[in-house]
Design a protein around this ligand. Structure first.
Ligand SMILES: [Zn+2]
Ligand SMILES: [Zn+2]
Length: 176
């Protein structure tokens, strides 16, 4: 079971806040407020060849709270600035990387660390679009057929993984 956090969003103000942790950013009773249950991932994912990585969401309240710190983190968003060794793979929100060649080499280097015994985590912000797409790519690089990788990540990680058609196409065409 993935942990969740309740978030309220005001569409008119385009503001969100965390229930019970932050003051309401909009108190206009004329505005429609929507309640969301947002996933807080800290999910161990076993890739097709047995390599383990931990997929994480960025928790605004305490992003670096861990029982045990990872040896290495690969982050798809520069908001991450953890105290442990880490690198970035630039990946626009709701988008795909400019270069699949660079993405492949970065993901392969991450997988090599995990295969060598390091505890490795990967994350963006929400943990679904970019992280989900990167995990699907990692699944392809560890033996999953590209046309099965989107389903693979949704069943082995989270049903909400991968958010756009362009992200699905990126996985499908990763090795093309
Ligand atoms: Zn409002
Ligand atoms: Zn999720």
């Amino acid at each position: 079971m993935v942990k969740t956090r309740s978030v309220i969003y005001c569409r008119e103000c385009r503001m969100h806040w965390i229930v019970d942790h932050e003051p309401a950013r909009c108190i206009d009773s004329g505005h429609a407020h929507e309640l969301f249950e947002v996933h807080l991932h800290h999910s161990r994912v076993l890739l097709p060849d047995g390599t383990a990585v931990t997929a994480v969401s960025y928790d605004d309240l305490d992003p670096y709270d861990r029982g045990r710190q990872p040896d290495y983190g690969l982050y798809l968003d520069r908001k991450w600035e953890p105290p442990w060794p880490h690198e970035y793979l630039d990946w626009p929100d709701f988008g795909v990387p400019d270069s699949s060649v660079h993405a492949i080499s970065t993901l392969k280097a991450m997988l090599k660390r995990a295969q060598d015994g390091e505890s490795v985590e990967i994350g963006c912000l929400g943990g679904h679009g970019r992280t989900g797409t990167a995990l699907a790519c990692a699944a392809v690089l560890t033996g999953c057929p590209p046309d099965k990788a989107v389903d693979w990540v949704r069943s082995h990680y989270c049903p909400q993984a991968i958010e756009t058609l362009a992200q699905e196409m990126f996985v499908l065409e990763l090795l093309a």
